[in-house]
Design a protein around this ligand. Structure first.
Ligand SMILES: *[C@@H]1O[C@H](CO)[C@@H](O)[C@H](O)[C@H]1NC(C)=O
Ligand SMILES: *[C@@H]1O[C@H](CO)[C@@H](O)[C@H](O)[C@H]1NC(C)=O
Length: 599
């Protein structure tokens, strides 16, 4: 049997030969198959690998291949990314990027697996791809079974690599794209889809996002998640910049706002849904292969929808602020649509589920439209600085008494807490600050939690509610409201999602991540294999890794199973990731500013 290690090294030498002399010593293939596990348990093991650098390196990437398959690999000294079921790629952290010739690095790691036997490391090698794009001097590695104690305490290292979480969360948004995909699409198992989406008069309604594991384009939660993404991109821009994700978050927002502009076909006509929920949910498969009718549903002056028009106005106003520094014309376009949609929402009041009746069973706004009117007016005030919008926001607070009560959460439905904290940020008015304090104090001590201390505000997709609460309190801290308590709360809740509760709840990230999200497209094998209902019930991991998707999460008892058919605990959704992603950007921003809470 060919040693996989030697195969890797031969190709490595070919790549290197143009610019570098061959390494003085080859990888030690005799010993590269050994992982020295120090602890093993039924579904995991921890161990050590030592990488010996035979040449000076400015940065490094190491591929570790296991047999049989592993479900996760984590290490504190590198960023571990799943490449295949058997292969993880480890990339240096900032503090250990530079290695001198002859130095060795001990990599403590944990692997997860479904059942015995414990996977063994069958090869360790540098990645050819990295060598080609590198330019810097490359490394060659070998492994030994050295167990020399190493404490690699990186300077000010974070408990989780938030930059990688941001990158993956943005990949999740790419995986949710509907319509014709651009050439720079990074999710290679996705293609063009729903190219026939159109309005009653043939208006082009392609684009936008599939809502969740299904393929309806539900406008109301799509607008809500866009506002929340834009909020994070504005207030935590330094977090995105530190992660190198600024361009990608702008792209994610623009994918939604381009679509909203298409849907806004006249001042008081807005398409708020494409697809019929029941017809869509009667099918399982790839979005590229959908053949069911996808009717478009709109609101008009006589069949209005104030939650939908209001939230879309908020999204476009927030996005106008995001794009203003880089694309003035686009920002102006978005703001013009935001003004018209706000006016439509305010002047032609009505609950949107009565006009778009198909939305009632899926995204009925239980909280009514008062919260969206106030939220939209506050965003328009932030975007324009025109006093009339502030007056309007204050009037909505007077008119809708629920707005002046402590919120019980922040969600695609209920924007109260968002309006309260945004208005406090914009005005410093103590009445709004008091409401925000009541909410965050209740979250910090009083609100329901699971045994793992996760906030448990609602059962369906409990983690997005915890993450949304984290975002509200991070925003409160930005305005000077109890910064220590509120940042600590956000750190606690986000880190519970990333691994502190014993596992990761983000697909493709961290220790023991979900492998079977309730998500049609990623449940399908590569074509030409057929995809249908058997993929929903299959016990196997999703063939495509839906990197970055936050799953619904545990129940009140903190219990969770990684089962694809469980859409309460294991579905994913564009609204789930929005508050989560913005909160992660917020934590990274705190780190950049030296404000990340100490333990
Ligand atoms: C693995 O590590 C243990 C504990 O550090 C050590 O006693 C043992 O000798 C190591 N095994 C090998 C094969 O090096
Ligand atoms: C959606 O499809 C179902 C099943 O065909 C149908 O009964 C329902 O009327 C449709 N809804 C709308 C709003 O067209």
């Amino acid at each position: 049997m060919t040693n996989p290690c030697s195969v890797t090294i031969r190709s490595l030498l070919l790549i290197l030969s143009a610019t570098l002399a061959p390494p003085a010593a080859a990888v030690d293939c005799q010993r590269s198959g050994v992982a020295n596990y120090t602890t093993t348990w039924s579904v995991g093991a921890s161990g050590k690998l030592t990488v010996v650098f035979l040449q000076t390196a400015a940065r490094w990437t190491v591929r570790v291949k296991f047999s049989p398959v592993v479900t996760s690999m984590v290490t504190s000294v590198a960023t571990a990314e799943r490449q295949l079921a058997t292969t993880y790629e480890l990339t240096n952290k900032g503090y250990n990027a530079a290695q001198s010739a002859g130095s060795s690095l001990v990599i403590d790691f944990r692997v997860g697996f479904a059942s015995a036997p414990v996977p063994q490391v069958v090869s360790v090698a540098t990645s050819g791809a990295e060598l080609r794009s590198g330019g810097s001097t490359t490394v060659t590695t070998t492994t030994t079974t050295t167990t020399a104690a190493t404490t690699t305490t990186g300077s000010s290292s974070l408990p989780y690599n938030y930059a990688v979480v941001l990158r993956k969360s943005l990949l999740f948004y790419e995986a949710q794209r509907s319509g014709p995909l651009p050439a720079d699409n990074r999710v290679l198992w996705r293609g063009d889809s729903a190219l026939g989406d159109s309005g009653d008069d043939g208006e082009d309604l392609t684009g936008g996002y599939y809502d969740a594991g299904d393929h309806v384009k539900f406008g109301f939660p799509m607008a809500g998640m866009t506002t929340v993404l834009a909020w994070g991109a504005l207030d935590f821009a330094d977090g995105y910049a530190a992660a190198g994700q600024t361009g990608y978050v702008l792209d994610a927002i623009r994918w939604a706002t381009d679509y909203f502009v298409k849907c806004h076909v006249a001042p008081t006509t807005f398409y708020g849904q494409v697809g019929n929920g029941s017809i869509d949910h009667d099918w399982w498969g790839r979005p590229e292969e959908m053949a069911m009718p996808r009717p478009a549903h709109k609101i008009t002056a006589s069949t209005p929808g104030s939650e939908l028009a209001g939230e879309t106005a908020a999204a476009l106003a927030a996005a106008s602020l995001v794009f203003r520094p880089s694309d003035l014309n686009y920002a102006d376009t978005l703001l013009a649509h935001a003004r018209q949609l706000y006016s439509f929402a305010d002047m032609h009041r009505g609950e949107y589920h009565k006009s778009i009746t198909d939305a009632e069973n899926f995204y009925k706004s239980w909280s009514g439209y008062g919260d969206e009117l106030a939220w939209a007016a506050a965003w328009l005030y932030r975007a324009t600085q025109e006093a009339s919008f502030l007056t309007a926001a204050r009037q909505h607070f007077q008119a809708f008494s629920a707005l002046s009560q402590r919120a019980s959460g922040f969600s695609w439905d209920d924007k109260r807490a968002g309006a309260q904290v945004l208005l406090y940020q914009l005005t410093g008015d103590a009445q709004y600050g008091a409401l925000v304090n009541e909410f965050c104090d209740w979250l910090a001590s009083g609100a329901p939690r699971t045994p793992q201390e996760q906030l448990f505000l609602q059962p369906w997709g409990s983690l997005r509610h915890a993450a949304n609460a984290a975002l509200i309190c991070l925003e409160a801290a930005e305005a000077g409201l109890n910064p220590a308590q509120n940042r600590q709360l956000a750190k606690e809740q986000i880190n519970l999602i990333l691994g502190d509760a014993g596992r990761s709840y983000v697909v493709g990230f961290g220790f023991n991540p979900p492998l079977r999200p309730h998500h049609r497209a990623s449940s399908c094998p590569d074509p030409p294999a057929v995809c249908g209902w058997p993929q929903l019930s299959s016990p196997d991991p999703n063939p495509q890794v839906l990197h970055g998707a936050l799953v619904g999460g545990p129940d009140a008892k903190g219990e969770y199973q990684d089962v694809r058919s469980d859409y309460v605990k294991n579905e994913v959704a564009t609204d789930y990731n929005s508050g989560f992603q913005s909160a992660v950007a917020g934590l990274l921003s705190l780190h950049v500013r030296g404000l990340y809470p100490a333990s």
